[in-house]
Structures are given as structure tokens and as C-alpha cells.
Design a binder for this molecule. Structure first.
Ligand SMILES: Cc1cc2nc3c(=O)[nH]c(=O)nc-3n(C[C@H](O)[C@H](O)[C@H](O)COP(=O)(O)O)c2cc1C
Length: 348
């Protein structure tokens, strides 16, 4: 059985270079057309992309979504990306903190507060692990890294394909409800690339969960990542289920009907136009995981910064071209939803 650090190293290599996208499924953001305004009466430099999310001010509605921890390489990645989040005013997510439970020395690879003292920092733990822990133990993990909120990730599809994956998913809602009630920092219910449905949103809302990260389908397929690492029957299951999940745009629009305080739209986002589309259909913030990592690996910190500058410039361009002075106006911007995305919204 692979240990956590071997698995995390495999994940990084596969996410950077591997064939881990969806085969046919897309995010469906291409089905959202924002309507051009030829007379925007706005000045580009006066466009305001700031907002307050989970009590912290973001200069732009961007989350560098949780990816890694537990190895020296993860430490470098976390610290470089977190320092960019600090510099640009984004939110930053740590990868699953499970590795600290197995090896307390792994804490160093999640320590970013010295380089990101003000950034909105999200801790991360799987719901299956959290179910087996007391609230005090979870609170200690969150406090150790100085997180402002905890993402509790839901990932049944990838676990089923992972050789060493979890098989018992009972008690997830009870665990989330307990943590919301007792943890003392906000809890974000987060998928990992298969999306949240309207029905899941309804069940979360009924248990007082107020923040979600839809992490929908169309970007990194975690079933594909685990398929590459799996053998035998599980590899076959991975091949069959590689495209499983709710496209990110469909998930955002379905979840937005339920009135969450915060909707992070992660899953296949790599442009500012897609962040603008996500916000127009109900998201609060756009999350970027694999594309952030790839930009960092390809071009170092400067390359990652250039990538994010482009994303911000695209978001500002989209806002100007729909006549939206700020994110509240972008949320009300006229848009046309067509094709498969309108099927999802009509049938659910
Ligand atoms: C290398 C890598 C490691 C990841 N590890 C975690 C994790 O530990 N916890 C988690 O909640 N999500 C994890 N994710 C999932 C991302 O946060 C995100 O939900 C998913 O990859 C979809 O976004 P993307 O298409 O932009 O990659 C990871 C993603 C990548 C690329």
C-alpha cells in the first residue's frame, strides 16, 4: 500500500504532466455567453474586482485551490503560491492535512502564514478522516496552520478508484453539521472535481452549511489521476468513470439556487473570462488548481504571476465589456445560457 507521501508525489507528477483531463466532458462555461455592451461608459482602471469573502477582503475573486502538502516539494509549491495569493489579494487553499496526522513533521509543508499573513487561508481535510476525529483534533489541525476556514473535501469517485481509497462514506452530513456547530471557524463543503448537485446543496443547506466549493467536472479528473495509479479491476472502473461528474458551470448554477453565503467555483477554470461567467451565474469566487500548479512548474514564481496577471486582465476585460463596474454588477450582467447547460438547468 502506497504511503501518503508517495501518493502525494504521484499526484503532483500526474497533475503537472499526466493525461488527467476529462475525455469528452467540459465545464460547460462555453454555454454561458455574456452579452457585449458597446457603450459601457466605464474606465478600465476604475473597475473594482474586490469583495469580502469569509470575512477577508480579496482584491480579485480568485482562489488558488487546495492541492498539496506533506513533502518538501509540496512545501515549496505551497509557499510560492501562497506568497502570490498574499501579493495579489487572492484566497489560498492548502492540500489535505491528513499527512500531518500521520507525521507531525509534515506541518512545515503547510506552513505559509509567514509568507501570507493576510491572505484568506483555507485548511483542508477529507470528510471520511474528519468523521473519525474529535472536533478538538480537527480544530488543532486548523489552528496549526492559521487557517481562516476549513475545506472538508468530498471525493467518493476518486476514492473508489484509488487502490488504498476509502470505501465507507456514511456519516458525511453528520460530520459536516458537527464541524459547522463546533469548530469555531467556517466550514466549506468542497468537492474535488465531480461537482455538487442541487440535491446535495439542499441537504447541506438543511444542516446549516453556508459555504461550498463545487469543484465540478471539466478540469482535472481525479478519477483519471487515480486510474493511472490503479491496477486490475479498479483501473477498469477508472477508465469507465473517468468523465463522471457534474460540469462546473451546471454545478454553480444549481447550487446558487440554494442561497449559500459563499460559492467557490473550482474545476477547469484557467481564464478570467470563465471566472466572470461563473460569477454571472452565481459564484462568489473562481478557483484554479491544476492550471496554477502548471504555471508555477513551467515558469517558476514569475511564470505563475504572469499567468494570474493574465487571468485578472481577462476578468477586468469581461467586466468592462458587459458594463459591470464591480462584482455586484457582474452578478446581474445579462447572459445567454444555451446548449447542454440549459438542459442541466431545465431538467434538475
Ligand atoms: C495536484 C493536486 C492535488 C490536489 N489535492 C487536493 C486535496 O488534497 N484536497 C482537496 O480538497 N482537493 C485537492 N485537489 C483538487 C482541487 O482542489 C480541485 O478541486 C480540482 O483539481 C479541480 O480543479 P482544477 O480543474 O482547476 O484542477 C487537488 C488538485 C491537484 C491538481
Amino acid at each position: 500500500m502506497a504511503d501518503i507521501s508517495t501518493r502525494k508525489a504521484d499526484h503532483l507528477d500526474l497533475a503537472i504532466q499526466g493525461d488527467v483531463g476529462f475525455r469528452h466532458k467540459t465545464t460547460l462555461f462555453e454555454c454561458v455567453t455574456l452579452v457585449h455592451d458597446a457603450l459601457p461608459e466605464l474606465e478600465l482602471d476604475a473597475i473594482d474586482t474586490s469583495s469580502v469573502v469569509l470575512g477577508k477582503k480579496l482584491s480579485a475573486p480568485i482562489l488558488i485551490a487546495g492541492m498539496t502538502g506533506g513533502t518538501d516539494r509540496a512545501e515549496r509549491i505551497n509557499r510560492e503560491l501562497a506568497s502570490i495569493a498574499e501579493e495579489r489579494g487572492y484566497a489560498f487553499g492548502l492540500g489535505s492535512q491528513r499527512a500531518i496526522l500521520k507525521n507531525p513533521a509534515a506541518l512545515a509543508s503547510y506552513t505559509v502564514r509567514d509568507v501570507a499573513p493576510n491572505a484568506l487561508l483555507l485548511g483542508n481535510l477529507g470528510v471520511v478522516q474528519a468523521a473519525k476525529m474529535s472536533t478538538n483534533e480537527v480544530a488543532a489541525l486548523t489552528a496549526q496552520v492559521g487557517a481562516d476556514a476549513l475545506c472538508v473535501h468530498l471525493n467518493p469517485a476518486m476514492e473508489l478508484v484509488q487502490n488504498e481509497g476509502d470505501r465507507d462514506f456514511r456519516g458525511g452530513l453528520d460530520t459536516l453539521e458537527r464541524l459547522v456547530r463546533e469548530l469555531g471557524v467556517p466550514v466549506v463543503a468542497k468537492e474535488t472535481g465531480s461537482g455538487l448537485s442541487g440535491s446535495v446543496a439542499e441537504r447541506l443547506k438543511a444542516r446549516a452549511i453556508r459555504h461550498v466549493d463545487v469543484s465540478g467536472a471539466g478540469g482535472t479528473s481525479w478519477v483519471a489521476v487515480e486510474m493511472h495509479r490503479a491496477e486490475g479491476v479498479k483501473r477498469g472502473v477508472g477508465e469507465t468513470f473517468r468523465d463522471w461528474g457534474i460540469p462546473t458551470a451546471a454545478s454553480v448554477a444549481l447550487v446558487a439556487r440554494h442561497g449559500f453565503d459563499t460559492v467557490f467555483a473550482t474545476g477547469g477554470i484557467s481564464t478570467g473570462l470563465d471566472i466572470a461567467r461563473a460569477i454571472a451565474i452565481g459564484a462568489t469566487v473562481g478557483g484554479i488548481a491544476r492550471a496554477s500548479l502548471q504555471a508555477l512548474e513551467a515558469g517558476g514564481r514569475d511564470g505563475a504571476l504572469a499567468f494570474f496577471e493574465r487571468v485578472e486582465a481577462e476578468l477586468r476585460a469581461a467586466m468592462l465589456l458587459v458594463g459591470a463596474r464591480n462584482l455586484a454588477a457582474l452578478r446581474k450582467a445579462p447572459r445567454v445560457v444555451r446548449g447542454e447547460l440549459s438542459d442541466w438547468l431545465a431538467q434538475l
